[in-house]
Design a protein around this ligand. Structure first.
Ligand SMILES: NC(=O)N[C@@H](CC(=O)O)C(=O)O
Ligand SMILES: [Zn+2]
Ligand SMILES: [Zn+2]
Length: 443
C-alpha cells in the first residue's frame, strides 16, 4: 500500500513519556518536536494527541483469518479492519485455513489479499506439515523463499505431536532462522473430545478435560529439540503454571524458546464454564485462578515474551451449540489493548513501556518484522506504524459492534480502561473514531 501524499501531523501526544509533535511524510517519521510543526507542508492531516500516548503499532503473532475457505466467519479484509481498530499494524495469519497455507502459492495469496485490504501488514504463517496432517513436512523452504518470505511456521489448532517430525522441521527452518510456533498440547494425553481444563471443575461439569501435563510435556520436549537443533521454538498460548515453569527452565538452559500468552488466558478463568456458555470454549482451555496468576506474573517478569490474541472468529452456526459440540475459539483483536492495559498496566504490574514491548517490539522481532518498520522506537527515519491510545478512557465492549464478521466475543458488557484512538500504517490513518481535519483519510 502506498503512503499518502499529504503530511500527517500528530500533535501533542506523549512519546515515551514527553509530549511532542510528530510529522509523518511519505509514510516515514520525518520530524519530532518543534520541527514537526514548523516543517509541516500545506494542510497536513492531523491527529490530536493531547492527553494521549503514541506507541509503535501493535503486532499480533497469532491471528486466525478464515480466508480462504470460511469467508462467512472472517475475511482477510474484515480481520484486517478488526486489527486496525485494535491498534495493530501487523498481524500473522495462521495456516489453518482451507486450503491450508502449506505451499508458497497459498502463502503469497494470503499476502496479496492482505495488501489488497491495505489496513495492516498481513504476514502469512506457513504450516509445518502438509494439510496440517502431522506427518509430511510442508514446503518450508519454498514458502520462505517466496514473495511471502514466511519465517514463522505452525500447525496451530493442532500440536506437532510426532517428535521426529518436529525435529526435522526445526532442522529445516534453522537454515534461514525460521521459527516454529507450537500449539503445545499432547493429543495423546486427552481424549478427542477434551474441551476444558482437567481438574476439579471438569469433574463437576462432567466435561472431558486436558491436563496441564499435556502442555508442559510438549514445551519440555520442544525445548530439548531446540537445544538439539539450535532452531527457534515459540510456544503459542501458554495457559498453565506448569507450562510457565517449563518455559523458565528452558530459558535458563539457554534454549532459543519464546512464549506467548493471550489476553483471555490472562483475564478469564475456568469458573466461567459453569454456565456452559460456548463463548468461553477455547483451545487451550481457560484455566483456574492459580494458573491465571502464574501467567500474569510470568508476563510481568519477562518469562513470557509476548501477548498474542489467538483471534479465532467463528460463524454463529458453528459456535451456538451445546458446549461439547461448539467450535473452539474467541475474538481478540479489537479488545487486546484494553484488556492487557487494564489488567497489567492500570494495576501497576507493568508499565506502558512493558506493554509496548510485549505487544509490539517483541512480537515484531519474533516474526522478523522489525526491519519492515514494526515495533521499536518512534524516531526520525522509521516507518510511521503507530497507535494512539488513551490510557484513561473506559471502554465498554459491545459484541454487536465489531469490525470482525464474527460475534463470538467473550468480553461483551465488560468495561476496561484503555482505548485505541487511532492507528497509522506507514502514515495512513487506518482507524480513527475521532474527527480529523481530513475526513477523507479516516477509515
Ligand atoms: N484457539 C482456538 O480455540 N481455536 C483456534 C485454533 C487454535 O488456536 O488452536 C481456531 O482456529 O479456531
Ligand atoms: Zn492453538
Ligand atoms: Zn490459534
Amino acid at each position: 500500500m502506498s503512503a499518502p501524499d499529504t503530511d500527517l501531523l500528530i500533535a501533542g501526544a506523549r512519546v515515551a513519556g514527553g509530549a511532542t509533535d510528530v510529522l509523518v511524510r511519505g509514510g516515514v517519521v520525518v520530524a519530532l518536536g518543534a520541527e514537526a510543526t514548523a516543517e509541516a507542508k500545506g494542510e497536513p492531516a492531523r491527529l490530536d494527541g493531547d492527553g494521549l500516548d503514541l506507541l509503535p503499532g501493535l503486532v499480533d503473532v497469532h491471528t486466525h483469518l478464515r480466508e480462504p475457505g470460511r469467508e462467512d466467519a472472517e475475511t482477510i479484509a474484515t480481520g484486517s479492519a478488526a486489527a486496525a481498530a485494535g491498534g495493530f499494524t501487523a498481524i500473522l495469519a495462521m495456516a489453518n485455513t482451507t486450503p491450508v497455507t502449506d505451499t508458497a502459492e497459498n502463502a503469497e495469496r494470503v499476502l496479496d489479499l492482505g495488501r489488497a485490504a491495505g489496513l495492516v501488514d498481513v504476514q502469512p504463517i506457513g504450516a509445518v506439515t502438509k494439510d496440517l496432517g502431522g506427518s509430511e513436512l510442508a514446503e518450508l523452504a519454498l514458502m520462505h523463499r517466496s514473495r511471502a518470505a514466511v519465517t514463522v511456521f505452525s500447525d496451530d489448532g493442532r500440536c506437532v505431536a510426532d517428535p521426529r517430525v518436529m525435529r526435522r522441521a526445526l532442522e529445516y527452518v534453522r537454515a534461514f532462522d525460521g521459527v516454529i510456533s507450537q500449539h503445545a498440547q499432547d493429543p495423546d494425553l486427552a481424549g478427542p473430545s477434551a474441551c476444558c481444563d482437567e481438574g476439579e471443575l471438569s469433574g463437576r461439569l462432567g466435561l472431558p478435560g486436558w491436563p496441564a501435563a499435556a502442555e508442559a510435556s510438549i514445551i519440555a520436549r520442544d525445548a530439548e529439540l531446540s537445544l538439539l537443533t539450535g532452531a527457534r521454538v515459540h510456544v503459542a498460548h501458554v495457559t498453565t503454571a506448569e507450562g510457565v515453569e517449563v518455559v523458565r527452565w528452558a530459558k535458563a538452559r539457554g534454549a532459543r524458546l519464546t512464549a506467548e500468552v493471550t489476553p483471555h488466558h490472562l483475564a478469564l478463568t475456568s469458573d466461567l464454564l459453569r454456565g456452559y456458555d460456548p463463548v468461553y470454549k477455547v483451545n487451550p482451555p481457560l484455566r483456574p485462578d492459580e494458573d491465571v496468576a502464574a501467567l500474569r506474573a510470568a508476563l510481568a517478569d519477562g518469562t513470557i515474551d509476548v501477548v498474542a490474541t489467538d483471534h479465532a472468529p467463528h460463524a454463529r452456526h458453528d459456535k451456538e451449540h451445546a458446549f461439547v459440540d461448539a467450535a473452539f475459539g474467541m475474538l481478540g483483536l479489537e479488545t487486546a489493548f484494553a484488556v492487557v492495559h487494564d489488567l497489567m498496566v492500570r494495576t501497576g504490574e507493568m508499565t506502558l513501556a512493558d506493554l509496548t514491548r510485549v505487544m509490539s517490539t517483541a512480537p515484531a522481532r519474533l516474526a522478523g518484522l522489525s526491519a519492515a518498520g514494526h515495533g521499536g522506537l518512534i524516531e526520525v527515519g522509521r516507518p510511521a506504524n503507530l497507535v494512539l491510545v488513551d490510557t484513561e478512557a473506559p471502554v465498554t465492549v459491545d459484541a454487536t459492534r465489531s469490525a470482525s464478521l464474527a460475534r463470538n466475543n467473550p468480553w461483551h458488557g465488560r468495561t476496561f480502561t484503555g482505548a485505541v484512538r487511532a492507528t497509522v500504517l506507514r502514515g495512513r490513518i487506518t482507524y480513527s473514531p475521532q474527527p480529523t481535519t481530513d475526513p477523507e483519510v479516516t477509515a
